[in-house]
Structure formats: structure tokens, C-alpha cells
Design a protein. Structure first.
Ligand code: AMP
Ligand code: FE
Ligand code: FE
Ligand code: ZN
Length: 282
């Protein structure tokens, strides 16, 4: 594992047990402090459920925890994720929308269980829920349940054989449209940023002008799976269409193939300052 260098002080893309991360929000904060970080953003999938605990754990320590969320969005071409930074965790409209998405996640998990059952793999919904400590159930929790039952040897095998897009137990779920996700973030006082555009795919990068028209404010340029050439291209795009640059590791914890170790990427403090200004929080 790549060791984070001392100069890395910012990580704006972190998951906890509130969604599919391995560590609780308090554990994430503890790890960030050990690694000498000054600013982190917790952006769990479709939930703000971990933010209060993380902020409480960081209280008085000098570590800033930016409230955030990562919202999955519908596109016929593939997965799109929008990050919302500095959203108000109490905002009723955003809470309602996220709750609806989590309900849809649960409903999807039920259908995945059915499909797996038809394929001869008995699994209870409760087993999946047991692997999710938070309230946002995702395919990683299904993968863990399959692993626990011995139906697969690794999490990756579960995705490759059953759960990945186009595989037999893949069930799409109801999602927001890009304009709805961006609007929900803006209405909650947040700054909407397109997550890992180049990692999502060419369609995501090409969609940037359209999303900017809906109120998108930034691009997650610095990301573990972005090549140097992709970073260059996204930086240019940010300049051309006047978007903020953000970055983070997409840390999920040990055992996840997604993301990179907490704090292992250099994200300039300048990105945070611009983000704060965009949220009206200088
Ligand atoms: P969901 O939100 O339920 O659609 O699950 C998405 C999460 O599953 C991502 O954030 C990853 O953590 C994980 N994931 C998705 N696709 C794969 C894959 N092909 N291999 C491994 N993990 C994946
Ligand atoms: Fe994830
Ligand atoms: Fe993502
Ligand atoms: Zn993420």
C-alpha cells in the first residue's frame, strides 16, 4: 500500500459504515487525525447518516469534517455519481430524497435476493442487512453475504459473476436524474461536484456542459483511477467552463478494491478554500 506523504492534508472523498465503508465515522476521523489530515469530507452513498458522528468525533481537534453525500444518478450509459459538499444535513427536501433512494436500495436488495434464489443461492435479506451497519444498503453488502455463505471466494468474484452491471443478479434501481440530484444539492445549500468523471466514463466527461447548465459547480479531478492525461484534460475543462477542482481517495477501507488509502493523494488546500467560498462559508 502506498503510504500517504506528510504533506497530504486534504481528502474530500471518504466512505464510512453509514454506507459501504469499513470504518465507522468515528474511526475514519481517528485515522484521518493519525495521518495528519486537516480537512476531510464524508460522502456516503445516498445518506448523511454518518456526518453528525464524524463531526462530533472531530470536535475541538482542529480537523474539519465537511458534510457531504455521494448521490447515484440514472443514465442509460452507465453510473454517474454527484458529490454534494457543505449540504445542510437537516434539509428536509434532501433528507426525503435520500430516504426515497435508500428505500429503493432496500427494494432492490429484495429483488437481488430473489434472483440469487432462482439461481440456487439461498440468501435472506436479513443476512445482507447484517453486513450493513448503516442505512444505505448496497451491492457490497450483498457481496459480503455471498462471501459469508461461501458462494464466492472474494467480493470481486461476487461482482464479476453476479452483481456487476450486465451480470445475472444485477438489478438497476430507481435513481434521480442528473438535474434532480444537482437541484437537491443546491436546494440544501450544497456545492454539486461531478464525482470521478473520467472513471465513470467518456459519457460523463461529455455530459459536463449539460450538467453545468443545471448548476454543477465542480469536477473531482484528483482521483485514484484517473491517469495523468485524464487529470490534465479535466483540469483544462475546469478552466474552460469555470468549474472548481476537487479531489479525494474514495476510501472505503481495507478489503475494498475501490478507492485508495485515506489521505494518499495530494489535494491542494486551495481546493478547499474555493469550495468553502462557493458554499458561502469563507
Ligand atoms: P450500489 O451503490 O449498491 O450500486 O453499489 C456500488 C458500490 O459497489 C460501489 O461504490 C463499489 O463500492 C462497489 N462496486 C460496484 N461495482 C463494482 C465492481 N465491478 N467490483 C467491485 N466493487 C464494485
Ligand atoms: Fe462504494
Ligand atoms: Fe463514486
Ligand atoms: Zn465514492
Amino acid at each position: 500500500m502506498q503510504q500517504p506523504s506528510f504533506s497530504n492534508r486534504v481528502d474530500l472523498h471518504i466512505h464510512s459504515t453509514a454506507s459501504d465503508g469499513v470504518f465507522t465515522p468515528s474511526e475514519v476521523v481517528c485515522l484521518a487525525q493519525q495521518r495528519g489530515l486537516s480537512v476531510i469530507a464524508l460522502v456516503d452513498h445516498d445518506t448523511l447518516g454518518g456526518v453528525a458522528e464524524a463531526q462530533q468525533a472531530a470536535l475541538g481537534s482542529g480537523l474539519e469534517v465537511i458534510p457531504g453525500v455521494e448521490i447515484s444518478v440514472e443514465s442509460d450509459q452507465g453510473d454517474l455519481h454527484f458529490l454534494g459538499y457543505y449540504v445542510d444535513p437537516q434539509n428536509g427536501l434532501l433528507q426525503d430524497r435520500l430516504q426515497a433512494m435508500r428505500d429503493a436500495r432496500l427494494e432492490r436488495a429484495r429483488r437481488v435476493v430473489e434472483r440469487l434464489g432462482e439461481m440456487g443461492m439461498a440468501l435472506e435479506l436479513a443476512e445482507i442487512q447484517a453486513h450493513s451497519r448503516g442505512d444505505s444498503i448496497g451491492r457490497p453488502h450483498v457481496a459480503q453475504a455471498l462471501l459469508h455463505r461461501g458462494y464466492v471466494q472474494t467480493i470481486q468474484e461476487a461482482f464479476d459473476r453476479f452483481l456487476g452491471r450486465g451480470r445475472p443478479a444485477y438489478v438497476p434501481r430507481v435513481r434521480l436524474l442528473p438535474q434532480e440530484a444537482i437541484r437537491a444539492i443546491l436546494d440544501a445549500g450544497g456545492v454539486p461536484v461531478l464525482a470521478h468523471p473520467a472513471h465513470s466514463g467518456e459519457f460523463a466527461v461529455r455530459g459536463v456542459p449539460e450538467f453545468t447548465g443545471y448548476g454543477l459547480r465542480g469536477l473531482e479531478v484528483i482521483y485514484p483511477h484517473h491517469s495523468a492525461a485524464e487529470v490534465e484534460r479535466l483540469l483544462r475543462l475546469c478552466q474552460e467552463v469555470d468549474l472548481l477542482v476537487t479531489g479525494g481517495t474514495d476510501f472505503h477501507g481495507p478489503g475494498s478494491k475501490e478507492g485508495a488509502p485515506l489521505g494518499s493523494l495530494h489535494v491542494p488546500m486551495d481546493c478547499v478554500e474555493r469550495l468553502r467560498a462557493a458554499a458561502g462559508r469563507q
